[in-house]
Design a protein around this ligand. Sequence first.
Ligand SMILES: C[S@@+](CC[C@H](N)C(=O)[O-])C[C@H]1O[C@@H](n2cnc3c(N)ncnc32)[C@H](O)[C@@H]1O
Length: 280
Amino acid sequence: MNATQQTGNEQATLWNGRAGCAWVEAQELLDQVFKPFEDLLVEAVSAGPGGRVLDVGCGTGTATLAVARLLGAKGLCIGIDISDPMIAAARSRAEREGTPANFICADAQRHTFEPASFDMIISRFGVMFFDDSVRALENLRRAATDDAEFRFIAWRGAAENPFMTTAERAAAPLLPNLPARRPDAPGQFAFADPRRVHTILEESGWAKIDIRPIDVVCTLPEKDLVRYLTRLGPVGLVLQEADDRTRAQVLETVRAAFDPYVHGAEVRFTAACWMVSAGA
Ligand SMILES: C[S@@+](CC[C@H](N)C(=O)[O-])C[C@H]1O[C@@H](n2cnc3c(N)ncnc32)[C@H](O)[C@@H]1O
């Protein structure tokens, strides 16, 4: 049984379908864009207790593999993700590189982890998609040792991340069926409200909670911008199924809307995020 069959939820369907495949296809590009966040997590692990590390919502395994390389034989990094195609990509990267990381394809909210088996739990943008965040983070708390650290990065709000919503604002008149963002619903901006994040962590048994804003400059080559726009985010997902005429019209409009972010051969934007840490 795969993760979609286990949970039957909307996010499982999305990440096992169009969104998951788009992330696999764009893996190298996304790794480049979000590299600063990988570095922040690797830094946190190197300052942390080491040992066994769990990467939640690990996707194609970028942070898992980076941490596994850091730990070497002194530890183990395990990635968990609900998406079959993303876990398959992560496993083949690990094999190709010869990096000893393990991957579990399952819903982190419901998976039965060995109790108290992780010294650190990390996530790069992988904890905002649970249908019941308290239950999910309680499950992770049970998987953590009593000295463990939980460290994750999540997006602040859409208003502070205009780059992330430029495409949908520009495309809205042309794509009337574009799904609206629902604040607090599972998705990219579900952890935008720090009070809500604090409450979720507290209710799920985490302590020593620290939520800090980080503003991180991210870049991608201008030549890859169209590829990014046509595959990722709500507009990218809709465009995957649009007819050629709509696609061409949307693309022209949306690409122009990104001009303020283009600086010669580079696209640059600031990602407004939370760096969250908690103790067991
Ligand atoms: C925005 S992607 C981030 C992927 C990866 N951490 C990275 O930074 O490249 C979010 C990831 O969370 C995963 N995810 C969503 N819901 C999940 C769940 N309930 N359990 C495990 N993974 C989940 C998705 O499949 C997806 O790979």
